[in-house]
Design a protein around this ligand. Structure first.
Ligand code: NDP
Length: 332
């Protein structure tokens, strides 16, 4: 089976030469393990951080080893009583065709309840990030005006819709193309949206939220965060979820220049790590699957076909080629 390896640590934007697609034999699983034929694997922005050799909340990818990450697939051989051939599982050994998975680290998923790819997105890690980041970390309450950046992505698109579903007074999103902006307003029910490439974020945000915002969900950082600090109302809250605008920077970026506003407005800015919020999982699945069934919550997926296109999918994600969740489908 083929798998993607990191062979050099990217400096700035990743290059094709930093990666290699390699072939290795597939073995029968040992005791307590299952062999999974991957059907879809996830490419996520946090993986860019794992390509650097720095200490962080997830360890760096090892050079010349298969990369890992979220994946869903079908069990084709099992040496663990909890799993049978034909079961579908979610696990952490993506970026490869066949995964030899410790059964302890696999979760059965039901293809009848949702398309398998949904377990990587709306019903998976990005969905829980949106749910926990909005309802728990930002202490969202009915009547809040919410601004989310990266709004057409996997996390952002769910944040905006969840806020609307729970009674936000106004939901504003920013994204990197006019088409995405149209999608946010026309398909996902955002009250306003703007293309951050069309002009200064602060000006566009003030126009979209003339009465200010109460919650900012940050996926981007940089000028978006500065603009949000400027527009947040007294006692406003910001969930700091990601700073994708700087993941490929080679120099450290200047902070928002208006941090002093935090004082007078008594703002609360708090980071979120989805792994802290596993306890919310049952409630999250219950709420989100009900919203999907009723048609109130929509989700998009951008599929890149073929493991050989895994690198293109990852770089495409960083460039904004996705609407909703970016997924690699392992076709053979
Ligand atoms: P997305 O589906 O949102 O994909 C990334 C998007 O980022 C692209 O589609 C692109 O959209 C946008 N983007 C890229 N460069 C820039 C830029 N310079 N300025 C503004 N937008 C940019 O990814 P996810 O939903 O998976 O992740 C969203 C964010 O959440 C990321 O920052 C990620 O790191 C973070 N995250 C954090 C977690 C946590 O536990 N803290 C867990 C999961 C995700 P566009 O066309 O709009 O530019």
């Amino acid at each position: 089976g083929r798998s993607w390896h990191l062979v050099a640590r990217p400096h700035g934007w990743p290059k094709r030469e930093d990666f290699a697609l390699r072939e290795a034999p597939v073995a029968e699983p040992g005791a307590g393990r299952i062999l999974v034929r991957n059907l879809h694997f996830s490419v996520d922005p946090y993986m860019r951080g794992r390509m650097n050799d720095v200490k962080s909340y997830v360890p760096p990818f090892k050079l010349d080893q298969p990369m890992d990450g979220g994946a869903v697939g079908e069990v084709i051989a099992s040496a663990d009583e909890r799993f049978a051939v034909g079961d579908h599982v979610l696990h952490g050994l993506g970026w490869r065709e066949y995964a030899d998975v410790d059964a302890k680290h696999a979760t059965k998923v039901d293809a009848a309840l949702a398309p398998l790819s949904a377990y990587l997105g709306v019903l998976g890690m990005p969905g829980l990030t949106a749910y926990a980041g909005l309802f728990e970390v930002a202490s969202f309450k009915e009547g809040d005006a919410v601004f989310v950046s990266g709004a057409a992505g996997a996390v952002g698109s769910q944040v905006g819709q969840m806020a609307k579903l729970r009674g936000a007074s106004r939901v504003i999103g920013s994204a990197g193309s006019d088409e995405k902006v149209k999608h946010l307003v026309e398909d996902l029910g955002f009250d306003a949206a703007f293309n951050y490439k069309n002009g200064p974020v602060a000006e566009q945000l003030r126009e979209a939220a003339p009465d200010g915002i109460d919650v900012y969900f940050d996926n981007v950082g940089g000028d978006h965060l500065e603009a949000a600090i400027g527009s947040l109302n007294v006692h406003g809250r910001a969930t700091i979820c990601g700073m994708i605008a700087q993941y490929n920077n080679t120099e450290s970026t200047p902070g928002p220049r208006n941090m002093a506003l935090i004082i007078g407005k008594r703002l609360r800015l708090q980071g979120v790590l989805v792994s802290d919020h596993a306890a919310l999982q049952p409630q999250f699945v219950e709420d989100v699957s009900a919203w999907i069934r009723s048609g109130e919550l929509k989700y998009s997926e951008t599929f890149v076909e073929g493991i050989e296109n895994g690198y293109d999918a990852f770089v495409g994600l960083l460039r904004g080629e996705n609407t909703g969740k970016m997924v690699v489908s392992v076709t053979r």
